[in-house]
Write a protein that binds this ligand. Sequence first.
Ligand code: 13P
Length: 256
Amino acid sequence: MSRKPLISGNWKMNLNHFEAIQCVQKLSYLLTKDDYSAVDVSVHPPFTDIRSVQTVIDADELLMQLGAQHCHWEEKGAFTGEIAPAFLAKLHVKYVIVGHSERRELFGETDEMVHKKVAAVIANQMTPIMCVGETLDERETGQTEGKVLAQVAAGLVGRKPEQVSSMVIAYEPVWAIGTGRNATAEDAQAVCAAIRAEVGRMFGAEAAAQIRIQYGGSVKAGTVADLMKQPDVDGALVGGASLDPDEFARIVQLGR
Ligand code: 13P
């Protein structure tokens, strides 16, 4: 079973819509058809940029895919400041990051909310990129697998195997995000393999073979190739380094 890798740029709260357009255009000059046939590439701008980026992608028929950084789980209603999944689907968003550790830690997102968001994103024909990962304290006290697999189970319980097959899980150790410290390729492989085994236990061998598992946390052009050589690492969720189109294009090209 060969899984097409997915390399995603999570811009977080960076780049206004003018800067976003420039970034996407520059990236589009740097990436080739061969890159896109080897790897799926998604960009995840802030909400206020999405319409502008979508217009550029559609008008120039770019092969990169549009993503969002989160959404609410309800379809509509009195949820001031929130964005419904259907609004994103209307803008041709394909991937939605769910349960990023910054959302969990800074904005109180719980496993229960992550679970509802995964369901809502799937119900709107988009693909969740569900983030899981341990803190430094959890790693140092030997709780990495326990924590990560509990997050996997909580987010996916109740889904159908065929829904899980087409999903993406991003393993992002919290201590590696924005710190310049990344998990070694072997450590990333060990946790990604454990995640795949858990998916297999919950949803069967086919779902385990098909689900894509990304690594995220200080991924750079210099580290991506080793990570992508690992059998259970199917891509990367890139933060800081995705803001520089030259660096992000190198990551795509070295990671494919
Ligand atoms: P950095 O690549 O900046 O460490 O961020 C990783 C991340 O959180 C991507 O979602």
